[in-house]
Design a protein around this ligand. Structure first.
Ligand SMILES: [Zn+2]
Length: 432
């Protein structure tokens, strides 16, 4: 009996059409506020584990996104809501638009993601992902896994304040905190580095990694082994120091070749160096410089830095290293060939950077920018003192001094090299 069928079918059709029209017009939007924080799970530079529970810190300058989770109306058509991006400010706060095209009224559910990618675009918000200053990701088979963490929150108002969203502390959050501090306190102090360092990727959880627990083969890549960002944050800061140095020199690839540029320890099967091992002048200077940037990260430029590694305590100002039995294992000011010990270069470079006044030794107080600019002055050639000089004594402390701007600054640097015992080594090409 066809007429009956028709009377049943028409209302259903009409309901579906009306419902879909209403669907197309549905929309609610607003702005959501909150604060990203995380437990600071990093050991100190003297190896002291973090307190329990972990001290909470805000996550600054990190990329955050929000998307409303749309209602799934018929099991088939799931309207995709737009994703909005923003960057937390220096207190970890974010303020983002959101939009739900599947509802007419709150409540709805917001899906917030913190990416552990950093950006300088603080305050901007929109559907375009902000440009990345640096990003953190873990090494997985075939690539890098993003370090993102998400939070779903039901909201009853259009402009909710979610309060603190606490990320789970892990290697990646530790790496983020250190790298953010490194960029904010050191990289930003230079004129050339903020143009060159953006796009850096910190790669964590590197498997089968047994090379001093970190390596920086390319200027925009830093590798660290599992746990290292938490338990040895200075190793990450050291690797960031290499990246800074390569970028200041304007090199894309590290000028150190591990297989040839380090003096292998007796019986050593792999290239390895320590702060107190004798190395060729290039490796000694460049490793000492990476450590100097790590010291600046940990202590600032002017503090009397003392840190320990293994069983050895390093006193940067006195340029000495002492073992757990109290014996001096390295005294740069008296050891023969101090220029071959990485730690002696760290001590000397810190004397360039610190603000010791008259009577306290060096009386030189160069800025981070001056050190970076001096590296930037290496000429693009292959001779002595050049950017592409060959051999195990290339890019050493004398090349650095000779590329400094002006004879009075070169004389200042020479005085500091003498003060720390490192003025020996291969012939330099400049006077003074
Ligand atoms: Zn290194």
């Amino acid at each position: 009996m066809p007429p009956i069928k028709l009377t049943v079918a028409l209302p259903i059709f009409a309901i579906l059409v009306c419902f879909n029209l209403e669907q197309a017009q549905a929309r609610i939007d607003g702005t959501v506020r909150g604060r990203i924080r995380v437990g600071d799970n990093r050991f100190t530079v003297t190896g002291v584990p973090p307190a329990t529970p972990l001290p909470q810190v805000t996550v600054k300058r990190v990329i955050v996104s929000v998307r409303a989770l749309g209602v799934d109306t018929n099991g088939e058509l799931n309207v995709i809501n737009p994703t909005f991006f923003g960057v937390t400010d220096s207190n970890g706060n974010f303020n983002l638009q959101w939009q739900d095209n599947t509802r007419n009224n709150v409540p709805t559910t917001l899906h917030i993601t913190v990416w552990f990618d950093s950006s300088t675009a603080v305050g901007e918000t929109g559907t375009t992902r902000p440009a990345v200053l640096f990003r953190v990701g873990s090494v997985v088979l075939g690539g890098i896994a993003s370090a993102d963490q998400s939070f779903d929150r039901n909201v009853n108002s259009r402009d909710p304040n979610l309060g603190s969203l606490t990320a789970a502390a892990n290697d990646e959050t530790a790496a983020y905190l250190t790298t953010d501090e490194f960029f904010h306190n050191i990289v930003r102090g230079s004129s050339v580095l903020p143009q060159r360092m953006p796009g850096l990727v910190v790669k964590t959880q590197v498997p089968n990694f047994n090379f001093s627990f970190g390596v920086t083969p390319l200027s925009h890549e830093v590798f660290v082994a599992a746990a290292t960002p938490r338990t040895r944050p200075m190793v990450l800061a050291h690797e960031l120091g290499h990246s800074l140095t390569w970028n200041a020199l304007d090199l894309n690839v590290a000028p150190i070749v591990p297989l040839t540029d380090y003096v292998f320890p007796p019986g050593g099967l792999a290239p390895e160096w320590k702060r107190t091992t004798r190395e060729f002048s290039k490796a000694a200077f460049l490793e000492g410089m990476a450590d100097a940037w790590a010291v600046v990260w940990a202590f600032g430029s002017n503090a009397n830095a003392i840190f320990s590694s293994g069983s050895i305590t390093f006193n940067v100002e006195s340029a000495t290293a002492v073992n757990s039995a109290g014996q001096v294992v390295l005294d740069c000011k008296s050891v023969i060939n101090a220029h071959e010990f990485p730690f002696c270069h760290t001590a000397a470079l810190m004397d360039l950077l610190d603000n010791d006044g008259a009577g306290n030794g060096d009386e030189v107080n160069l800025s981070i920018a001056t050190i970076a600019n001096t590296l930037n002055r290496f000429n693009n050639c292959v001779g002595n003192g050049c950017l592409h000089e060959l051999g195990v004594d290339a890019l050493n402390h004398h090349d650095f001094r000779c590329n400094a701007n002006g004879s009075s600054r070169r004389a200042q640097i020479r005085r500091v090299w003498i003060l720390n015992g490192i003025n020996g080594g291969p012939t330099s090409f400049c006077l003074p």
